[in-house]
Design a protein around this ligand. Structure first.
Ligand SMILES: *Cc1c(COP(=O)(O)O)cnc(C)c1O
Ligand code: SF4
Length: 452
């Protein structure tokens, strides 16, 4: 396969280097203007694979891959947008613009679900940097060099770290602390490398973090998971990057040491995988012994359509990728632009899953990764004024709560767990008798338009 010169070597394109992107001139003037303003506040980065091979420029700004990476006007409140726009038009200093941008960001819930404060494990009586331990079997590990990405997703819940207004205090320069922690925690079977995107690291850096985990004393570690967007945003990482082959050899070494490598690919739309380089990347990963899983959030205007998910999962199974999670978008950043109500998310999930073979039904969802755990929406009952949601934990800080459905209630258009109240009476009955309470009578159909 030939890889064009433009997409042969990775180079980040940001707001200041858009002139290197001839296609950007074809964008409507207001789209370009919005990009210029919003990118002062929210992170923006693309690369030539995304712009030359994935985006359909004739369909921009509505093209789903364009929406994935290019900030839009609606991602800021009208007041915030005007504030930056005014500063830019009167040529305010960059310090002044940066100060306004910082204030606006502070209102966008930059650290959802107490990401930074919670789940930080203790080592020798002090909080340990570089990893989090929330669920008994799995630690999340944040290698310092892996805290950026080949392109930034506009909806990213880690966006705050890319604009430099947050210190990545929990990033780890080396795996010594993790290794010491694993020594005293034999329950841990999975180490999940995350970021940013750990695959942005040079292979020899990645190897320095992974190889210590292969020692015989850690035979309780069964799987090294690597969360990454590179499979779709820079598949050259596995095909033509100078250290692509070295990466595949590293995966083979992990396998020979009796461990699995699971690549947790972040995929939002089948279009991202619809390219020969991505196909080659999957083939090479699988040949090296890696298992490829996929996950991604449901996003308004990008993939809020059951047919998109059905094709996404079907294509993935054909390529040898295992669908894993359909997430609900987190309560951070430009959430009001991307959020899909829980009830509608469930309908989309159901209609998608009903169209695919059993092997694609490994996709679980819709799932909220909330403070107490991963919460799946199972069913809804519309009432005249509120909606009841049947939920269950797929993962929980407290393992005894897993897979015990419970009821919660909230507004029809609830989008996140914190908008729901649990009714202890229903849940008491559920846990004591193991049976659902009788279905509340649906008095009359809700008067809003059908959720799909
Ligand atoms: C999702 C997640 C994991 C992994 O959970 P699995 O259900 O094993 O995939 C681990 N830690 C945190 C904090 C998570 O959000
Ligand atoms: S690849 Fe992941 S961490 Fe990076 S911008 Fe996208 S969602 Fe965020």
């Amino acid at each position: 396969m030939r890889i064009s010169e433009a997409t042969e070597r990775y180079k980040a394109i940001g707001a200041d280097s858009l002139h290197r992107l001839p296609q950007a001139n074809r964008l409507p003037a207001e789209t370009r203007h919005a990009l210029k303003i919003v990118s002062k506040v929210l992170p923006f980065r693309v690369n030539a694979h995304v712009t030359s091979n994935l985006i359909d420029w004739d369909a921009a700004p509505d093209d789903p891959v364009f929406r994935l990476v290019f900030p839009a006007r609606e991602m800021l409140s009208p007041e915030a947008f005007t504030r930056i726009e005014n500063l830019v038009s009167r040529n305010a200093s960059s310090t002044e613009i940066a100060a306004a941008a910082r204030e606006i960001r502070a209102h966008l819930n930059p650290h959802p679900s107490g990401q930074r404060e919670h789940n930080v494990p203790e080592l020798d009586g002090a909080p340990a940097a570089g990893f989090q331990h929330k669920y008994k079997e799995t630690v999340l590990y944040f290698p310092a060099r892996g805290q950026t990405c080949h392109a930034y997703c506009t909806f990213c819940f880690r966006w705050a770290q890319f604009v430099g207004n947050t210190k990545m205090k929990f990033a780890s320069k080396e795996s010594k602390a993790l290794v010491r922690y694993l020594r005293t925690h034999p329950d841990i079977t999975d180490v999940l490398f995350t970021g940013g995107d750990p695959m942005i690291m040079a292979t020899h850096h990645l190897a320095a973090h992974i190889e210590p985990l292969l020692a015989p004393e850690f035979d309780h570690i069964q799987t090294i998971r690597i969360g990454t967007k590179s499979l779709t945003f820079w598949p050259q990482r596995y095909v033509s990057d100078p250290d692509a082959d070295e990466l595949l050899r590293l995966i083979e070494r992990v396998n020979r040491a009796g461990r699995n490598v699971a690549v947790m690919a972040h995929v939002n739309h089948w279009r991202e995988l619809d390219h020969p380089i991505a196909h080659a990347a999957i083939r090479r990963l699988r040949d090296s012994g890696a298992i490829v899983h996929s996950q991604g959030p449901l996003l308004a205007g990008i993939n809020d359509d059951p047919d998109i998910w059905a094709r996404n999962w079907r294509d993935q199974v054909r390529l040898g990728v295992h669908p894993y999670y359909m997430f609900i978008e987190r309560d951070t950043g430009p959430r009001q632009f991307f959020e899909v109500p829980l009830s509608r998310s469930l309908l989309i999930y159901r209609r998608a899953i009903q169209q695919v073979s059993g092997l694609a039904r490994s996709a679980r969802g819709p799932v909220m990764s909330a403070a107490p755990g991963k919460v799946e929406v199972i069913d809804t009952q519309f009432r005249p004024d509120r909606t009841r949601f049947l939920l269950q934990f797929l993962q929980a800080r407290d393992p005894s709560r897993v897979r015990k459905p419970f009821w919660a209630e909230g507004p029809h258009d609830a989008c996140w767990f914190d908008q729901l109240e649990t009714k202890s009476l229903w849940n008491k009955q559920l846990s004591e008798t193991g049976r659902f309470p009788p279905p509340p009578q649906i008095l009359k159909p809700v008067s809003r338009k059908s959720p799909l």
